[in-house]
Design a protein around this ligand. Structure first.
Ligand code: COA
Length: 175
């Protein structure tokens, strides 16, 4: 079976990603979750995995941002909107798409580490893929102002070297 992996501009690829994104993260699904009301940033790039038989089967959003860690500016890569079509899970698609996203971040020399936020039930998934818990505090912007972002668990990946503790300010919306 052939699969195609594309990394496309985030806004341009949104129409392709939207049906899958809505099926997994649509308002009817997330509205009752603790993070259902959070306003998220839009992905700058999107990893899309498609098969000839099933079309889009997996999506990962990529973000680039200068954040602050302990008051120092650091350029990071973000990962968000990780989703695989329900009937296509367990085939390695998300692992492949996250790998492609990390590869893309490595190509950007300014990126020191990667950062994502996940729900408790996905912690083991990311730990098995070499992501590490960031145990410090995270702040971000929301329409009402700057808030502590503790709705999900922050995980980091060493591109150069990721901090495990301290205070991160996302300096914008979360992803
Ligand atoms: C999490 C998710 C993206 C995984 O996608 P996927 O394409 O099935 O992932 P892969 O096939 O690459 O990896 C599946 C492997 O991870 C394991 N796995 C999947 N979810 C897991 C979890 N929550 N905790 C631990 N392991 C998990 C599977 O058992 C499988 O293990 P194996 O490779 O040893 O057989 C998918 O289940 C999904 O879309 N979930 C709903 C949306 C979501 O929670 N996204 C994450 C937001 S941070």
């Amino acid at each position: 079976m052939s699969i195609e992996i594309d990394i496309l501009n985030g806004d341009a690829a949104w129409p392709i990603a939207e049906p899958l994104h809505q099926a997994v993260f649509g308002p009817h699904i997330v509205e009752k979750l603790p993070w259902g009301h959070v306003k998220w940033d839009n992905a700058h790039l999107r990893v899309l995995i498609e098969t000839p038989e099933d079309g889009l089967v997996c999506h990962v959003g990529i973000y680039f941002r200068t954040i602050s860690w302990n008051g120092r500016n650091v350029h990071v890569g973000g990962i968000g909107g990780v989703c695989t079509r329900e009937d296509q899970r367990g085939r390695g698609y998300a692992t492949m798409a996250i790998g492609a996203a990390v590869h893309t971040m490595r190509a950007n020399e300014a990126v020191r580490f990667a950062l994502l936020f996940c729900e408790p039930h996905n912690v083991a998934f990311y730990e098995a893929r070499n992501w590490h818990a960031f145990t410090g505090e995270v702040y971000c912007e929301q329409p009402e102002g700057r808030i502590r972002f503790d709705h999900m668990a922050p995980f980091v990946f060493d591109i150069v070297r990721a901090p495990r503790q301290g205070t991160i300010d996302l300096c914008g919306l979360p992803w």
